[in-house]
Design a protein around this ligand. Structure first.
Ligand code: 6CM
Length: 254
């Protein structure tokens, strides 16, 4: 069973409590499966390593669709003293998004579909010489059960942000399409410490971040690639520090 990737991925999507049902549940389930595959797929020769900073590695795979640069982006990172739930919940929580996402002018919550799923409409900061972009996407938080993979993690969570349409998502911007995920796993160091005895010093959080973004219209490819090379590492750095600082004096959320 473990050698069959499809079986493996399919069995990872269900945790102890099933996610709430709503009108986009089916689509969320599909995107969860798709993004788990992206997170765990091996970095092969089609990926270029574009940034290394400590444990952080950022890769891109050059891709154009109808002449528009749509490079998939994949990053892995490992940080200490926080859990996968703390990382993913913070990434999903619209109430704090403006505190760490420096690429945004505005984020608006258009609809709350359930306790783990919202629809966001966001205006990105304009990047010269391109027209300003907006995005409208479903943001869904999910606890995973990766035990079938036989890893030593003590908890894994996922956030997916995938484009959707919504009647209230109006603006004069060009609409970018996104399919972004953050998958995090908590490990203990040392691995055999009983979980009840673990303190923040024993937490190691492994992060897989994957972004598929279509700018929704032509932008100069070289500018876009320069922006991505600068902004994705900046985001990972800023976001990790933000969660680290926010959690440091709080009880551990497993
Ligand atoms: O993942 C990030 N933020 C999330 C919460 O806000 C959300 C955002 C996704 C947007 C991903 C980037 C879309 C890029 C669209 C094209 C822009 C064209 C600009 C023209 C430049 C010449 O998932 C952090 C996102 C960090 C992005 C660097």
């Amino acid at each position: 069973v473990r050698d069959n990737p499809d079986t493996l991925y399919a069995r990872t999507i269900c945790a102890d409590t099933p996610p709430a049902e709503h009108k986009l549940s089916q689509q969320c389930n599909e995107k969860v499966e798709e993004n788990i595959k992206y997170a765990f797929s091996k970095i092969e020769s089609t990926w270029d390593l574009i940034h290394v900073e400590g444990e952080m590695k950022v890769y891109k795979s050059e891709q154009e669709i109808d002449g528009v640069v749509c490079d998939p982006l994949k990053a892995t990172h490992t940080i200490r003293n926080v859990t996968s739930q703390e990382m993913c919940f913070t990434f999903w929580d619209v109430n704090v998004r403006m505190e760490w996402d420096t690429t945004l002018d505005i984020t608006n919550t258009l609809e709350v579909l359930s306790q783990d799923t919202v629809i966001s409409h966001q205006l990105m900061k304009r990047v010269w010489p391109a027209t300003q972009r907006d995005t409208c996407f479903v943001s869904h938080l999910r606890k995973l059960d990766l035990s079938i993979q036989n890893t030593q993690d003590v908890g894994s969570w996922l956030v997916i942000n995938f484009s959707t349409e919504h009647p209230k998502a109006t603006s004069k911007c060009i609409r970018a399409k996104v399919n972004v995920s953050m998958l995090c796993q908590t490990f203990l160091d040392p691995p055999d410490i009983p979980i009840e005895k673990a303190t923040r010093e024993n937490l190691v959080c492994k992060i897989f971040y994957v972004a598929h973004a279509n700018p929704g219209g032509w932008v100069p490819g070289s500018v876009l690639r320069t922006v991505y090379k600068r902004e994705y590492p900046k985001f990972l750095r800023k976001f990790s520090t933000y969660v680290h600082e926010k959690c440091k004096d709080k009880p551990i959320k497993w």
